[in-house]
Design a protein around this ligand. Structure first.
Ligand code: ADP
Ligand code: MG
Length: 662
């Protein structure tokens, strides 16, 4: 059985869009046995390369059949053809077709990568092959650092990497000077002598004459198939066993089993991934400048997500913190109806007593505000006075820094004691400590028993420190002469039940007053509203950041699409050496993911650095692990999503089309 058998193979180009189809191969029938050394000879344009692409399974015949080892390849899938290419064929092209970003050693390794050979064995074999071809000193040179003859020898080494049962050489000497050409021809002859099936394509009769069989092609037809008289070569007996190669032909069952194993090769998924990562790293390194620019997009995206969310959460926390100072779990019962024309009601101390037993009320305090004249020594000052109860430190969240607060006993006794706000103390006593001193309040002497902590420092309003606090009984009866309250302050235990408590208070007071002549200000509800606005703000910041991340993703897609375009030929080369579609896809996806991964990491670092700088400038920031992980995850997803399309596009390229691209 012949190794390769073509029957009435035809191939045409064009024919779409109304253009006339050009038939390039017009019924080629050809059998080649294992171990043959055949030259396909014909003028330029006669269809030799087209035929070679079909022989090498880079392209399928338009009509007719191609059997390899007795099996019709018409039924083979793209991946099965890829397996056949790496299993059976080694290509040597006129233009060498080396991958320019890889050094000689790695170029030779490529077919073995797709065959799944472990890295060490691969490197060893590639180095050995290169040494055998006289390139031992050139392992680490890139194609651009090698002469044409050297590049062609590298490509021959590559063709042999997976065994190279069938060497397909398309004008291998076409681009070489005569000396290098002669060397390459000698190599091919040697390979033919060693049992490889060599199919040499040439337009040169002298080159063709080196083969043992010459098939002449003109205008897509075979016009001659001759076997020049075999001159008894120096090797004498070595010529005979060469034909014994049919033993190399696998049985059909064995062939099928090997194909199945080869096509579905997944055992080394981890190695494949490592391979893809390493190769991605190399190619990204070669296009350093462009990679950096793309990275920048991702880095900015990730960093801005992190910083913006941190700012959003930071300001929110600061606002809530500030509101907590005023008291989030406070309610105020204010006299007067729901509008200006409503009932003008009053609140008295007895109303406070009504509220104390209401469930969830921790404390209720009468509050009476008034204006007084103070005198200490010869200093006069006008100030506000707050008449409150000993619950005030708790309810107002305001404690003395010096001295003590007054007691319930003082409240019952209408004691003439007071506490000074910081500003009042400064106006009356300057820098000196006022505790224990006496102050005239509307000409009644009061003892200063304490000074309150500076409130303006936290609330931002220095007027808050311009007040005097005294017992409610004293203030209302002795100083202001008024028993109607400014309002009642209520402290609730459980903020989440604030609404129910508000209702209970309303019911209680309404039952006593018979009308609703009061209003309740519920801070808890206000805090809720504030939190909602803050959440909206944070969401908006996050959205802006997400958009920048999206832009970064589009950058990745852009670079990947460009890369695919630019590296189409490399993709073709990889396919010719046996890469499956999924190998190509994995490689391009790995590059996209790597850009995103590196960009994501750098973005996190940059985001944290910017955050640290902002904290230094006193901007409220809260970093959340969730935001950081989220941003990083988004970057990764971006790479996957935006890298997927170009990767698929690359994988779906037709090997011949890819190879032909420049
Ligand atoms: P050879 O290798 O013998 O010089 P080719 O096989 O490369 O010839 O080409 C044979 C003919 O097919 C030429 O006329 C060429 O223009 C045409 N041809 C080759 N490839 C394509 C293609 N992809 N699309 C259209 N025409 C093509
Ligand atoms: Mg050609």
């Amino acid at each position: 059985m012949p190794l390769i058998e073509l029957r009435e193979v035809r191939k045409s180009y064009g024919g779409e869009d109304g253009a006339a189809a050009v038939e390039v191969l017009r019924g080629i029938s050809l059998s080649i046995h294992a171990g043959e050394f055949v030259a396909l000879m014909g003028a330029s344009g006669s269809g030799k390369s087209t035929l070679m692409h079909i022989l090498g399974c880079l392209d399928r015949p338009g009509a007719g059949t191609y059997c390899y080892a007795g099996r019709d390849i018409a039924g083979f899938s793209a991946d099965e053809l890829a397996w056949l290419r790496r299993e059976a064929f080694g290509f040597v092209f006129q233009g060498y077709h080396l991958i320019r970003t890889l050094d000689a050693l790695r170029n030779v390794e490529v077919p073995a990568v797709y065959a799944g050979l472990p890295a060490q064995a691969r490197a060893a074999r590639a180095a050995q092959l290169l040494r055998r071809l006289g390139l031992g000193e050139r392992l680490e040179n890139r194609p651009s650092q090698l002469s044409g003859g050297q590049q062609q020898r590298v490509s021959i080494a590559r063709a042999l990497m997976n065994g190279g049962h069938v060497i397909l050489a398309d004008e291998p000497t076409g681009a070489l000077d005569s000396k290098s050409g002669a060397e390459v021809m000698a190599l091919l002859e040697e390979l033919a002598g060693a049992g490889h099936t060599v199919i040499l394509i040439t337009h040169d009769r002298d080159v063709a004459a080196r083969a043992r069989r010459i098939v002449e092609i003109r205008d897509g037809r075979i016009i001659a198939d001759t076997q020049p008289a075999q001159e008894p070569s120096a090797g004498g007996p070595s010529a005979a066993p060469r034909a014994a190669s049919p033993a190399a032909l696998p049985s059909s069952g064995e062939f099928a089993a090997r194909m199945r194993a080869g096509v579905g090769r997944t055992a080394s998924a981890w190695m494949d991934a490592r391979e893809a990562v390493a190769s991605a790293w190399r190619t990204l390194g070669v296009n350093r400048y462009r990679t950096l620019l793309t990275l920048l997009g991702i880095v900015i995206g990730v960093a801005s997500v992190i910083v913006m969310l941190a700012i959003g959460m930071g300001t929110q926390a600061r606002v809530i913190e500030k509101m907590a100072l005023f008291g989030t779990n406070r309610m105020y019962v204010v006299p007067g109806g729901d509008n200006a024309r409503g009932l003008g009601g009053t609140l008295s101390e007895s109303d406070v007593a009504l509220l104390r037993p209401v469930p969830n009320v921790a404390a209720a305090m009468p509050f009476l505000q008034g204006q007084v004249t103070l005198r200490a020594g010869n200093v006069d000052a006008a100030a506000r006075v707050w008449s409150v109860t000993p619950d005030a430190p708790r309810i107002l969240n305001w404690k003395p820094v010096r001295g003590v607060f007054f007691t319930w006993q003082d409240e019952r006794d209408l004691a003439t004691v007071l506490l000074l706000g910081k500003k009042v103390r400064e106006r009356l006593f300057g820098k000196t400590d006022a505790v224990g001193r006496y102050v005239l309040v509307n000409n009644v002497p009061f003892q200063v028993i304490g000074e309150l902590a500076e409130k303006g420092a936290v609330t931002g309003d220095s007027d808050d420190d311009d007040v005097v606090l005294m017992p409610f009984s004293t203030g209302s009866r002795r100083v202001l002469g008024q028993t109607h309250l400014s309002w009642i302050s209520v402290l609730v235990d459980d903020l989440s039940k604030a609404d129910a408590t508000e209702k209970a208070i309303t019911a209680q007071l309404q039952a006593a007053h018979h009308v609703k002549d009061f209003r309740i200000y519920n801070q808890a509800a206000a805090v809720q509203a504030q939190e909602d606005t803050q959440n909206t703000l944070t969401l908006m910041l996050g959205l802006i950041a997400a958009i920048s991340l999206l832009v970064g993703g589009i950058g990745v897609m852009n670079i990947m699409l460009m890369t695919v375009k630019e590296r189409t030929r490399e993709i073709g080369i990889r396919m010719a050496t046996g890469a499956r579609q999924r190998d190509i896809q994995r490689q391009f996806l790995a590059e996209a993911v790597m850009v995103s991964l590196v960009g994501g990491c750098a973005g996190v670092v940059l985001g944290l650095a910017i955050g640290a700088a902002l904290i230094f400038w006193n901007v409220p920031l809260i970093f959340s692990v969730r935001a950081i992980l989220g941003a990083f995850g988004c970057a990764l997803a971006t790479g996957l999503i935006f890298g997927f399309m170009p990767a698929r596009q690359a994988a779906r390229l037709d090997p011949v089309v890819a190879l032909a691209s420049e």
